[in-house]
Design a protein around this ligand. Structure first.
Ligand code: GLN
Length: 491
Protein backbone atom coordinates (compact mmCIF):
# COMPACT_ATOMS: atom_id res chain seq x y z
CA UNK A 1 0.00 0.00 0.00
CA UNK A 2 1.19 3.50 -0.82
CA UNK A 3 3.94 4.57 1.57
CA UNK A 4 7.60 3.73 1.34
CA UNK A 5 9.56 2.49 4.33
CA UNK A 6 11.35 5.77 4.89
CA UNK A 7 8.29 7.84 5.49
CA UNK A 8 6.91 5.21 7.86
CA UNK A 9 9.87 5.01 10.22
CA UNK A 10 10.10 8.78 10.33
CA UNK A 11 6.64 9.13 11.85
CA UNK A 12 5.70 9.38 15.47
CA UNK A 13 3.36 6.88 17.11
CA UNK A 14 0.44 9.32 16.89
CA UNK A 15 1.31 10.00 13.25
CA UNK A 16 1.30 6.26 12.54
CA UNK A 17 -1.99 5.83 14.38
CA UNK A 18 -3.57 8.46 12.13
CA UNK A 19 -2.03 6.87 9.03
CA UNK A 20 -3.40 3.44 9.96
CA UNK A 21 -6.83 4.94 10.61
CA UNK A 22 -6.78 6.57 7.16
CA UNK A 23 -5.65 3.22 5.69
CA UNK A 24 -2.58 4.86 4.12
CA UNK A 25 -0.66 1.68 4.95
CA UNK A 26 -1.33 -1.51 6.87
CA UNK A 27 0.14 -2.67 10.15
CA UNK A 28 1.86 -5.46 8.21
CA UNK A 29 3.50 -2.86 5.91
CA UNK A 30 4.66 -0.94 8.93
CA UNK A 31 5.89 -4.01 10.79
CA UNK A 32 7.81 -5.28 7.77
CA UNK A 33 9.43 -1.90 7.20
CA UNK A 34 10.60 -1.63 10.79
CA UNK A 35 11.80 -5.24 11.01
CA UNK A 36 13.90 -4.54 7.94
CA UNK A 37 15.43 -1.50 9.63
CA UNK A 38 16.11 -3.42 12.83
CA UNK A 39 18.04 -6.14 11.03
CA UNK A 40 19.57 -3.71 8.51
CA UNK A 41 20.72 -0.23 9.43
CA UNK A 42 20.02 -0.88 13.11
CA UNK A 43 22.00 -4.10 13.53
CA UNK A 44 25.40 -2.56 14.41
CA UNK A 45 23.80 -0.72 17.34
CA UNK A 46 23.17 -4.02 19.21
CA UNK A 47 19.97 -2.48 20.57
CA UNK A 48 18.07 -5.79 20.59
CA UNK A 49 18.55 -9.02 22.48
CA UNK A 50 15.63 -10.71 20.73
CA UNK A 51 13.68 -9.74 17.61
CA UNK A 52 10.25 -11.38 17.51
CA UNK A 53 9.63 -11.04 13.77
CA UNK A 54 7.15 -13.88 13.33
CA UNK A 55 5.13 -13.00 16.37
CA UNK A 56 5.09 -9.35 15.27
CA UNK A 57 3.77 -10.20 11.82
CA UNK A 58 1.12 -12.42 13.35
CA UNK A 59 0.03 -9.58 15.65
CA UNK A 60 0.13 -7.13 12.75
CA UNK A 61 -2.13 -9.34 10.63
CA UNK A 62 -4.59 -9.60 13.52
CA UNK A 63 -4.40 -5.82 13.93
CA UNK A 64 -5.16 -5.26 10.25
CA UNK A 65 -8.25 -7.43 10.59
CA UNK A 66 -9.39 -5.40 13.58
CA UNK A 67 -8.73 -2.14 11.76
CA UNK A 68 -10.71 -3.38 8.78
CA UNK A 69 -13.63 -4.34 10.97
CA UNK A 70 -13.64 -0.93 12.66
CA UNK A 71 -12.93 -2.43 16.10
CA UNK A 72 -9.49 -0.91 16.66
CA UNK A 73 -8.24 -0.18 20.18
CA UNK A 74 -6.04 2.72 21.28
CA UNK A 75 -2.86 1.15 19.85
CA UNK A 76 -4.10 -1.32 17.26
CA UNK A 77 -1.33 -2.10 14.79
CA UNK A 78 1.24 0.24 16.36
CA UNK A 79 4.76 -1.06 16.93
CA UNK A 80 6.48 -1.24 20.30
CA UNK A 81 9.51 -2.95 21.79
CA UNK A 82 10.09 -3.91 25.40
CA UNK A 83 13.14 -3.61 27.56
CA UNK A 84 14.25 -7.19 28.18
CA UNK A 85 13.33 -6.83 31.84
CA UNK A 86 9.61 -7.19 31.17
CA UNK A 87 8.41 -10.76 31.19
CA UNK A 88 6.93 -11.75 27.83
CA UNK A 89 5.06 -15.02 27.58
CA UNK A 90 6.80 -17.56 25.34
CA UNK A 91 9.65 -15.15 24.59
CA UNK A 92 13.19 -15.07 25.98
CA UNK A 93 13.44 -12.64 28.92
CA UNK A 94 17.08 -12.21 29.95
CA UNK A 95 17.29 -8.94 31.90
CA UNK A 96 20.66 -8.56 30.18
CA UNK A 97 22.12 -11.38 32.26
CA UNK A 98 23.75 -14.71 31.60
CA UNK A 99 21.83 -16.09 34.56
CA UNK A 100 18.59 -15.70 32.56
CA UNK A 101 20.00 -16.37 29.10
CA UNK A 102 17.71 -19.39 28.68
CA UNK A 103 14.65 -18.06 30.51
CA UNK A 104 11.44 -18.09 28.50
CA UNK A 105 8.79 -16.40 30.60
CA UNK A 106 5.56 -18.34 31.22
CA UNK A 107 3.59 -15.11 31.64
CA UNK A 108 3.36 -11.48 30.51
CA UNK A 109 4.18 -8.46 32.66
CA UNK A 110 1.14 -6.25 33.25
CA UNK A 111 2.72 -3.52 31.09
CA UNK A 112 3.19 -5.98 28.22
CA UNK A 113 -0.30 -7.37 28.68
CA UNK A 114 -1.97 -3.94 28.71
CA UNK A 115 -0.13 -2.68 25.65
CA UNK A 116 -0.91 -5.90 23.78
CA UNK A 117 -4.56 -5.75 24.82
CA UNK A 118 -4.74 -2.23 23.34
CA UNK A 119 -3.46 -3.67 20.07
CA UNK A 120 0.27 -2.87 20.09
CA UNK A 121 2.54 -5.06 17.96
CA UNK A 122 5.70 -6.22 19.77
CA UNK A 123 8.80 -6.26 17.57
CA UNK A 124 11.29 -7.49 20.13
CA UNK A 125 13.14 -7.13 23.40
CA UNK A 126 15.81 -4.50 23.88
CA UNK A 127 19.31 -4.71 25.27
CA UNK A 128 20.01 -3.29 28.72
CA UNK A 129 22.51 -3.21 31.54
CA UNK A 130 22.50 -6.47 33.48
CA UNK A 131 19.55 -6.37 35.90
CA UNK A 132 19.26 -2.67 35.02
CA UNK A 133 22.41 -1.91 36.99
CA UNK A 134 24.40 0.64 35.06
CA UNK A 135 24.34 3.95 33.23
CA UNK A 136 26.05 3.01 29.97
CA UNK A 137 24.65 -0.35 28.81
CA UNK A 138 28.09 -1.85 29.15
CA UNK A 139 27.20 -4.30 31.92
CA UNK A 140 24.95 -6.29 29.55
CA UNK A 141 25.94 -9.92 29.05
CA UNK A 142 24.91 -9.35 25.42
CA UNK A 143 27.46 -6.60 24.83
CA UNK A 144 27.19 -2.83 24.85
CA UNK A 145 24.68 -0.83 22.84
CA UNK A 146 26.06 1.87 20.59
CA UNK A 147 24.75 5.41 20.47
CA UNK A 148 23.25 6.20 17.03
CA UNK A 149 24.65 9.74 17.28
CA UNK A 150 28.19 8.32 17.39
CA UNK A 151 28.91 4.61 17.45
CA UNK A 152 31.95 5.05 19.71
CA UNK A 153 29.72 6.45 22.44
CA UNK A 154 27.37 4.93 24.99
CA UNK A 155 23.63 5.53 24.62
CA UNK A 156 23.38 5.68 28.43
CA UNK A 157 21.66 3.04 30.51
CA UNK A 158 20.22 0.95 31.73
CA UNK A 159 17.44 1.27 29.10
CA UNK A 160 20.10 1.93 26.44
CA UNK A 161 18.70 -0.52 23.88
CA UNK A 162 15.26 1.07 24.08
CA UNK A 163 16.70 4.58 23.77
CA UNK A 164 19.02 3.71 20.88
CA UNK A 165 16.22 1.92 19.01
CA UNK A 166 13.92 4.94 19.26
CA UNK A 167 16.68 7.45 18.45
CA UNK A 168 17.71 5.48 15.35
CA UNK A 169 14.07 5.31 14.24
CA UNK A 170 14.05 1.52 14.35
CA UNK A 171 10.81 1.84 16.33
CA UNK A 172 8.70 4.82 17.38
CA UNK A 173 8.39 3.74 21.02
CA UNK A 174 9.88 1.45 23.63
CA UNK A 175 9.24 0.58 27.23
CA UNK A 176 11.92 1.16 29.82
CA UNK A 177 12.39 1.05 33.55
CA UNK A 178 13.89 3.62 35.85
CA UNK A 179 15.28 2.82 39.30
CA UNK A 180 17.70 5.73 39.49
CA UNK A 181 17.52 7.33 36.06
CA UNK A 182 17.49 4.48 33.56
CA UNK A 183 14.75 5.93 31.35
CA UNK A 184 15.68 9.60 31.62
CA UNK A 185 19.48 9.45 31.32
CA UNK A 186 19.51 7.32 28.13
CA UNK A 187 16.71 9.50 26.73
CA UNK A 188 18.93 12.55 27.33
CA UNK A 189 22.00 10.92 25.78
CA UNK A 190 20.13 9.82 22.64
CA UNK A 191 17.86 12.83 22.03
CA UNK A 192 14.65 10.98 22.85
CA UNK A 193 11.70 11.70 25.13
CA UNK A 194 11.49 9.56 28.28
CA UNK A 195 9.09 9.51 31.18
CA UNK A 196 9.35 7.72 34.51
CA UNK A 197 5.96 8.00 36.20
CA UNK A 198 5.22 8.34 39.91
CA UNK A 199 6.15 5.23 41.91
CA UNK A 200 3.03 3.04 41.86
CA UNK A 201 1.48 4.68 38.79
CA UNK A 202 2.35 1.67 36.60
CA UNK A 203 2.31 -1.94 37.78
CA UNK A 204 5.64 -3.63 38.43
CA UNK A 205 4.10 -7.08 38.04
CA UNK A 206 6.27 -9.11 35.69
CA UNK A 207 9.21 -6.73 35.80
CA UNK A 208 12.35 -8.54 36.92
CA UNK A 209 12.96 -6.85 40.27
CA UNK A 210 16.07 -4.77 40.93
CA UNK A 211 15.22 -2.42 43.82
CA UNK A 212 11.52 -2.79 44.44
CA UNK A 213 10.94 0.49 46.30
CA UNK A 214 12.49 2.45 43.43
CA UNK A 215 11.74 0.51 40.20
CA UNK A 216 9.13 2.02 37.92
CA UNK A 217 8.15 1.34 34.32
CA UNK A 218 7.82 4.05 31.72
CA UNK A 219 8.37 4.78 28.05
CA UNK A 220 10.87 6.23 25.62
CA UNK A 221 9.35 7.90 22.57
CA UNK A 222 10.07 10.67 20.10
CA UNK A 223 7.64 13.20 21.56
CA UNK A 224 5.50 13.94 24.60
CA UNK A 225 2.26 13.18 22.77
CA UNK A 226 3.37 9.61 22.11
CA UNK A 227 4.41 9.22 25.74
CA UNK A 228 0.96 10.43 26.82
CA UNK A 229 -0.73 7.93 24.51
CA UNK A 230 1.25 4.99 25.90
CA UNK A 231 1.18 6.00 29.54
CA UNK A 232 -2.61 6.20 29.42
CA UNK A 233 -2.69 2.53 28.43
CA UNK A 234 -0.01 1.32 30.84
CA UNK A 235 -1.01 3.18 33.99
CA UNK A 236 -3.49 2.17 36.64
CA UNK A 237 -4.10 -0.11 39.58
CA UNK A 238 -3.14 -3.75 39.29
CA UNK A 239 -4.23 -6.17 42.02
CA UNK A 240 -1.08 -8.21 41.29
CA UNK A 241 1.19 -5.35 42.43
CA UNK A 242 0.43 -4.34 46.00
CA UNK A 243 2.36 -1.09 45.55
CA UNK A 244 0.38 0.01 42.50
CA UNK A 245 -1.76 3.05 43.19
CA UNK A 246 -5.53 3.02 43.12
CA UNK A 247 -5.63 6.65 41.95
CA UNK A 248 -7.68 7.10 38.77
CA UNK A 249 -5.73 7.54 35.53
CA UNK A 250 -6.32 10.91 33.87
CA UNK A 251 -6.68 11.20 30.11
CA UNK A 252 -3.08 12.22 29.44
CA UNK A 253 -3.68 13.00 25.77
CA UNK A 254 -6.64 15.24 26.55
CA UNK A 255 -4.45 17.01 29.12
CA UNK A 256 -2.05 18.27 26.45
CA UNK A 257 -2.23 21.59 24.66
CA UNK A 258 -2.58 23.87 27.67
CA UNK A 259 -0.49 27.06 27.60
CA UNK A 260 2.30 27.06 30.19
CA UNK A 261 1.46 30.62 31.18
CA UNK A 262 1.55 30.77 34.95
CA UNK A 263 3.41 27.45 35.33
CA UNK A 264 5.79 27.78 38.27
CA UNK A 265 9.15 26.19 37.48
CA UNK A 266 11.61 25.51 40.28
CA UNK A 267 15.31 25.75 39.57
CA UNK A 268 17.72 24.00 41.91
CA UNK A 269 20.92 26.00 42.28
CA UNK A 270 23.10 22.92 42.94
CA UNK A 271 22.03 21.49 39.57
CA UNK A 272 24.14 24.18 37.90
CA UNK A 273 27.21 23.78 40.12
CA UNK A 274 30.67 22.74 39.03
CA UNK A 275 29.67 19.15 38.22
CA UNK A 276 27.67 20.28 35.20
CA UNK A 277 29.36 20.48 31.80
CA UNK A 278 28.93 24.13 30.64
CA UNK A 279 28.08 22.81 27.17
CA UNK A 280 25.02 21.14 28.75
CA UNK A 281 24.12 24.11 30.96
CA UNK A 282 23.71 26.39 27.93
CA UNK A 283 20.94 24.47 26.14
CA UNK A 284 19.18 23.82 29.47
CA UNK A 285 19.12 27.53 30.29
CA UNK A 286 17.91 28.31 26.77
CA UNK A 287 15.09 25.80 27.20
CA UNK A 288 14.03 27.46 30.44
CA UNK A 289 14.03 30.80 28.62
CA UNK A 290 11.69 29.33 25.97
CA UNK A 291 9.22 28.35 28.69
CA UNK A 292 9.59 31.71 30.42
CA UNK A 293 8.86 33.49 27.14
CA UNK A 294 5.54 31.63 27.15
CA UNK A 295 4.65 33.01 30.56
CA UNK A 296 6.07 30.36 32.87
CA UNK A 297 7.84 31.75 35.90
CA UNK A 298 11.05 30.42 37.39
CA UNK A 299 11.98 30.50 41.05
CA UNK A 300 14.97 29.12 42.85
CA UNK A 301 14.14 26.21 45.14
CA UNK A 302 16.35 24.59 47.71
CA UNK A 303 16.88 20.85 48.03
CA UNK A 304 19.35 20.91 50.93
CA UNK A 305 19.94 17.16 51.08
CA UNK A 306 20.33 16.65 47.36
CA UNK A 307 24.04 15.88 47.56
CA UNK A 308 23.16 12.86 49.70
CA UNK A 309 20.95 11.28 47.05
CA UNK A 310 23.65 9.28 45.23
CA UNK A 311 25.17 7.78 48.42
CA UNK A 312 21.68 7.08 49.80
CA UNK A 313 20.65 5.35 46.59
CA UNK A 314 23.82 3.24 46.58
CA UNK A 315 22.88 1.84 49.99
CA UNK A 316 19.14 1.34 49.44
CA UNK A 317 19.27 -0.02 45.86
CA UNK A 318 22.01 -2.64 46.46
CA UNK A 319 20.31 -3.70 49.72
CA UNK A 320 17.06 -4.41 47.88
CA UNK A 321 18.92 -5.95 44.96
CA UNK A 322 20.83 -8.35 47.21
CA UNK A 323 17.52 -9.61 48.52
CA UNK A 324 15.72 -9.69 45.15
CA UNK A 325 18.54 -11.49 43.38
CA UNK A 326 18.75 -14.27 45.97
CA UNK A 327 16.11 -16.10 43.93
CA UNK A 328 18.63 -16.86 41.18
CA UNK A 329 20.05 -20.04 42.58
CA UNK A 330 20.24 -22.43 39.63
CA UNK A 331 17.40 -24.51 41.05
CA UNK A 332 14.22 -22.91 39.81
CA UNK A 333 15.02 -21.30 36.49
CA UNK A 334 17.77 -19.73 34.46
CA UNK A 335 21.39 -20.71 34.17
CA UNK A 336 22.59 -23.73 36.15
CA UNK A 337 26.24 -24.70 36.63
CA UNK A 338 27.24 -28.08 35.20
CA UNK A 339 27.89 -31.11 37.43
CA UNK A 340 27.67 -29.51 40.87
CA UNK A 341 29.21 -31.65 43.59
CA UNK A 342 26.67 -30.52 46.19
CA UNK A 343 24.03 -27.86 46.75
CA UNK A 344 26.44 -25.18 47.93
CA UNK A 345 28.65 -25.77 44.91
CA UNK A 346 25.54 -25.42 42.69
CA UNK A 347 24.67 -22.06 44.26
CA UNK A 348 28.20 -20.73 44.20
CA UNK A 349 29.09 -21.69 40.68
CA UNK A 350 25.69 -20.84 39.21
CA UNK A 351 25.83 -17.34 40.68
CA UNK A 352 29.55 -17.00 40.05
CA UNK A 353 29.10 -17.82 36.38
CA UNK A 354 25.71 -16.22 35.90
CA UNK A 355 26.24 -12.72 37.29
CA UNK A 356 28.59 -10.09 35.92
CA UNK A 357 30.97 -7.90 37.93
CA UNK A 358 28.62 -4.98 38.55
CA UNK A 359 25.80 -7.23 39.77
CA UNK A 360 28.21 -8.99 42.12
CA UNK A 361 29.43 -5.62 43.40
CA UNK A 362 25.85 -4.62 44.20
CA UNK A 363 25.03 -7.95 45.88
CA UNK A 364 28.10 -7.66 48.07
CA UNK A 365 27.42 -4.02 48.98
CA UNK A 366 23.79 -4.79 49.67
CA UNK A 367 24.54 -7.82 51.81
CA UNK A 368 27.08 -5.78 53.78
CA UNK A 369 24.76 -2.84 54.52
CA UNK A 370 22.04 -5.24 55.65
CA UNK A 371 24.29 -7.33 57.85
CA UNK A 372 23.62 -7.30 61.59
CA UNK A 373 26.69 -5.23 62.46
CA UNK A 374 26.18 -2.53 59.83
CA UNK A 375 22.40 -2.33 59.37
CA UNK A 376 21.96 0.70 61.64
CA UNK A 377 25.01 2.51 60.38
CA UNK A 378 24.18 2.19 56.69
CA UNK A 379 20.76 0.85 55.77
CA UNK A 380 18.75 2.50 58.54
CA UNK A 381 20.67 5.76 58.11
CA UNK A 382 20.02 5.70 54.37
CA UNK A 383 16.29 5.20 54.95
CA UNK A 384 16.27 8.25 57.22
CA UNK A 385 18.11 10.38 54.68
CA UNK A 386 15.72 9.15 52.01
CA UNK A 387 12.92 10.57 54.14
CA UNK A 388 14.70 13.93 54.37
CA UNK A 389 15.14 14.04 50.61
CA UNK A 390 11.43 13.29 50.12
CA UNK A 391 10.54 16.12 52.52
CA UNK A 392 12.81 18.54 50.64
CA UNK A 393 10.91 17.77 47.45
CA UNK A 394 7.56 18.04 49.23
CA UNK A 395 8.34 21.52 50.47
CA UNK A 396 9.68 22.56 47.06
CA UNK A 397 6.40 21.44 45.47
CA UNK A 398 4.52 23.76 47.81
CA UNK A 399 6.04 26.60 45.79
CA UNK A 400 6.35 25.20 42.28
CA UNK A 401 4.57 22.92 39.80
CA UNK A 402 7.67 21.50 38.15
CA UNK A 403 11.38 21.35 38.92
CA UNK A 404 13.54 21.73 35.83
CA UNK A 405 17.24 21.28 35.14
CA UNK A 406 19.72 19.10 33.27
CA UNK A 407 19.02 15.35 33.03
CA UNK A 408 22.66 14.30 32.96
CA UNK A 409 25.86 16.19 33.76
CA UNK A 410 27.45 15.56 30.35
CA UNK A 411 26.37 14.51 26.87
CA UNK A 412 27.04 10.91 25.77
CA UNK A 413 30.45 9.61 26.83
CA UNK A 414 32.73 7.08 25.14
CA UNK A 415 32.19 3.36 25.64
CA UNK A 416 34.87 2.19 28.05
CA UNK A 417 35.32 5.67 29.52
CA UNK A 418 33.86 5.00 32.96
CA UNK A 419 33.91 1.21 33.21
CA UNK A 420 36.98 1.19 35.49
CA UNK A 421 35.53 3.74 37.87
CA UNK A 422 32.13 2.81 39.33
CA UNK A 423 31.84 6.13 41.19
CA UNK A 424 32.16 8.14 37.97
CA UNK A 425 29.51 5.90 36.44
CA UNK A 426 27.21 6.34 39.45
CA UNK A 427 27.53 10.13 39.29
CA UNK A 428 25.83 10.14 35.90
CA UNK A 429 22.53 9.83 37.73
CA UNK A 430 23.16 12.68 40.13
CA UNK A 431 20.19 14.72 38.83
CA UNK A 432 17.77 11.83 38.33
CA UNK A 433 18.10 9.69 41.47
CA UNK A 434 16.29 12.13 43.79
CA UNK A 435 12.99 11.60 41.96
CA UNK A 436 13.28 7.83 42.50
CA UNK A 437 14.08 8.17 46.18
CA UNK A 438 11.04 10.44 46.60
CA UNK A 439 8.81 8.39 44.25
CA UNK A 440 8.20 11.39 41.98
CA UNK A 441 7.54 11.43 38.23
CA UNK A 442 10.38 12.63 36.01
CA UNK A 443 10.81 13.26 32.34
CA UNK A 444 13.65 14.04 29.94
CA UNK A 445 13.14 15.85 26.65
CA UNK A 446 15.67 16.91 24.02
CA UNK A 447 16.60 20.60 24.38
CA UNK A 448 19.62 21.13 22.16
CA UNK A 449 23.08 19.90 21.37
CA UNK A 450 26.54 20.03 22.92
CA UNK A 451 29.34 19.30 20.48
CA UNK A 452 26.86 17.64 18.13
CA UNK A 453 25.39 15.42 20.86
CA UNK A 454 21.88 15.67 22.30
CA UNK A 455 21.20 17.37 25.64
CA UNK A 456 18.20 16.55 27.83
CA UNK A 457 16.01 18.88 29.86
CA UNK A 458 14.86 17.18 33.06
CA UNK A 459 11.40 17.88 34.44
CA UNK A 460 10.29 16.53 37.82
CA UNK A 461 6.70 16.78 39.02
CA UNK A 462 4.77 16.35 42.24
CA UNK A 463 3.30 12.90 42.95
CA UNK A 464 0.89 11.95 40.15
CA UNK A 465 1.87 15.12 38.28
CA UNK A 466 2.47 13.26 34.99
CA UNK A 467 -0.09 15.41 33.15
CA UNK A 468 1.78 18.57 34.15
CA UNK A 469 5.09 17.14 32.92
CA UNK A 470 3.65 15.82 29.66
CA UNK A 471 1.89 19.09 28.94
CA UNK A 472 4.98 21.17 29.70
CA UNK A 473 7.03 18.89 27.43
CA UNK A 474 4.45 19.02 24.66
CA UNK A 475 4.23 22.82 24.83
CA UNK A 476 8.02 23.05 24.63
CA UNK A 477 8.11 20.61 21.71
CA UNK A 478 5.45 22.60 19.89
CA UNK A 479 7.88 25.54 19.90
CA UNK A 480 11.13 23.69 19.22
CA UNK A 481 12.50 21.10 16.81
CA UNK A 482 15.16 19.38 18.91
CA UNK A 483 13.03 16.25 19.31
CA UNK A 484 12.72 15.97 15.53
CA UNK A 485 16.47 15.80 14.88
CA UNK A 486 17.67 12.40 13.64
CA UNK A 487 21.20 11.06 13.92
CA UNK A 488 23.11 11.00 10.64
CA UNK A 489 22.38 7.85 8.69
CA UNK A 490 19.14 7.19 10.56
CA UNK A 491 16.87 9.95 9.23
N1 GLN B 1 22.39 3.87 36.92
C1 GLN B 1 21.69 3.54 38.11
C2 GLN B 1 22.19 2.22 38.64
O1 GLN B 1 23.12 1.73 38.13
C3 GLN B 1 20.22 3.49 37.84
C4 GLN B 1 19.82 2.29 37.11
C5 GLN B 1 18.34 2.23 36.85
O2 GLN B 1 17.63 3.23 36.90
N2 GLN B 1 17.87 1.04 36.58
O3 GLN B 1 21.68 1.68 39.56
Amino acid sequence: MGQDAESLHGRTLCGLRDGLARREFSSVDLTEALLERISGVGAPLNAFITVTAELALQQARAADRLLASGKAGALTGLPIVHKDLFCTRGVLTTCGSRILDNFVSPYDATVVERLAAAGAVMLGKTNMDEFAMGSSNETSYFGPVRNPWNAALSPGGSSGGSAAAVAARLVPAATGTDTGGSIRQPAALTGTTGIKPTYGRVSRYGMVAFASSLDQAGVITRCAEDAALLLGVMAGFDPRDSTSAEAPVPDYLAGLGKPVKGLRIGIVRQHFDAGLDPAVAGPVRDALAVLEAQGATTVEVDLPNLDLSVPTYYVVAPAEASSNLSRFDGVRYGHRADNPKDLLDLYCRTRGEGFGAEVKRRIMTGTYVLSAGYYDAYYLKAQKVRQLISRDFASAFEQVDVIAGPTAPTPAFALGDKTDDPIQMYLNDIYTIGANLAGLPGMSIPCGFAGGLPVGLHLVGAHFGESTLLNCAQQYQALTDWHRAAPEGYA
